[in-house]
Design a protein around this ligand. Sequence first.
Ligand code: WTA
Length: 648
Amino acid sequence: MADEAIEVLLEEGRTFPPPDAFRQSGNLNDAAVFERADKDPEGFWAEQARELDWFRTWDKVLEWDCPWAKWFIGGKINVSYNCLDRHVKTARRNKAAIIWEGEPGEERVLTYRDVWREVNKFANALKKLGVQKGDRVALYLGMVPELLIAMHACNRIGAVHSVVFGGFSAESLRDRINDASAKVLVTGDGGYRRGTVIPLKKNADEAVEGSPSIENVVVVQRVGSDSGAVMKEGRDHWWHELMAGAPLWCEPEPMDSEDMLFSLYTSGTTGKPKGIVHTTAGYLLGVYLANKWVFDMKEDDVFWCAADIGWVTGHTHIVYGPMANGATQVMYEGSPDWPDKDRLWRMVEKYGVTIFHTAPTAIRTFMRWGTEFPAAHDLSSLRLLGSVGEPINPEAWMWYHEHIGHGNCPIMDTWWQTETGHPLITPFPGVTTLKPASATRPFPGIEADVVDEQGKSVPLGGGGYLVLKRPWPAMLRTVFNDPDRYVETYWSRFPGMYFAGDGAKRDKDGYFWLLGRVDDVMNVSGHRLSTMEVESALVDHQAVAEAAVIGKQHEVKGQGICAFVSLIAGVENTPELVEELRAHVARKIGAIARPDELYYAAELPKTRSGKIMRRLLRDIADGKALGDTTTLADPTVVAKLKEQYEDE
Ligand code: WTA
């Protein structure tokens, strides 16, 4: 974020105290919890963990051998049991768990009993395919209830799921399957997005050709004959055929607290995405509590997190958190502008949504579309709003507050990461006075700080690196198959502290203001991508000699992708090649990685040791005066590049 923007943020003087209704009956309205948790974090987490249903309670709350954490040692628990069976045993059995709307407009309502039944059956189907406790199952689907059902079926039998976002390419899917050595892939014949069919099965086939670990592929029939999906005898099975013969009851596996629950791939600073490992009890506790407290889930709420399950937000705020709380939620397939730009607001009105959660990118897009779309619908059912995934700017915050919340709904700006499992810096509607665009303060039991280069705490009012100084139950445990990378990425920059990779400032009240990534991770429309991933995709093209990629401030997306490439000698730089290279990246990684801007460079600026100086490229792209270039091997390279960029 530019320095001027930070200053504007910190001058933000508006405050919004908790409305009376939340003060009186919010699930968390006792500010003393924070102090208690701070004094005795282990006691605090243990007290909360008693709200879950255990087959056997733990012997010891925490074993902490930094950076290795074990929580609730000796405990036995099952996640699907906590998200389904315990509700099915009560009057909640007939409560709507999922109200689903497909893009072509069809609706499905699944009660807790319905989801429980389908999960049991699919768990048995997986067992029949030879899936055992500890095996990995890859899931590559659109936003259909079967995705959520398959995830719970995995955890019911102790299999580890690895969900791959349906917008990723065949190659990205293949890499993730191979890293996890998944045994089964669950996919769909296709999915709908903006009126077209996403060829999930075709991509899956291509991926599985290069994935020797996959023994069986299960295919959900979503699209039918238009999908063009071809089934491979012996390897592929239709979901509905497997389910037709599956028994109704599957005993939930009593899992050790620390058994792996899932891995989810996310981008780091190298080209290779990493599998973030979450374990059973700690993650379940974190997401249960975060949804209960941050989103204040009550028996009669209709919660809607409009994210995709392919990202961590969908894991925590669709599949696990709301279901652990027995909440009713809306789930949808498609996108906010199809068939019309009022899709979401029409759905809020139609289903009586009370709590709505989305990303700043989406809010900025709604702002651009205009207020007439939300204004055309009765949004008075809403009582609470959420924002996640990237810094929100005060303008977007105020627009959301006014045009969606009609001034009545507190906004929960939740800071967290795939690694943290749930929001760690976040307001609570019953206790927190909000300041637009600040994620406010840490979750109970979390010790967050802002430190300087040396790891020294920066006094209030100053900025630096965001760190976490204590373990918490839902923290990642490691990087799948790569423990060194876990230590190196998160625990080496500042010994004894978790390095989040984000910059932050704290104001005089101790409120945190998140300032974006300080590493080579980009945040494009709330999606994490590494500059190196995009660079590798570019140099994979035969015309490209070298590539450097940076995240550039973008009005709607937060960051856009800006690429500088130098070509192989003899290749001509043409506008057609620009388009081809952009398309090449989209094919290699997925449409979310398509560069917004692409420039030819005769040479890229490098240090004498050969490192590309991205900082200079960033300055060029932002049109800033160039700072110190003395470490450059050839300072004239930058001047030429800048001249050329400004001519474009
Ligand atoms: C960014 C998404 C500012 C941050 C849940 C973090 C945010 C990265 C916020 C993690 C927020 C997430 N304010 N920045 N409220 N929430 N971020 O793993 O840079 O996809 O490191 O998890 O998103 O992205 P991830």
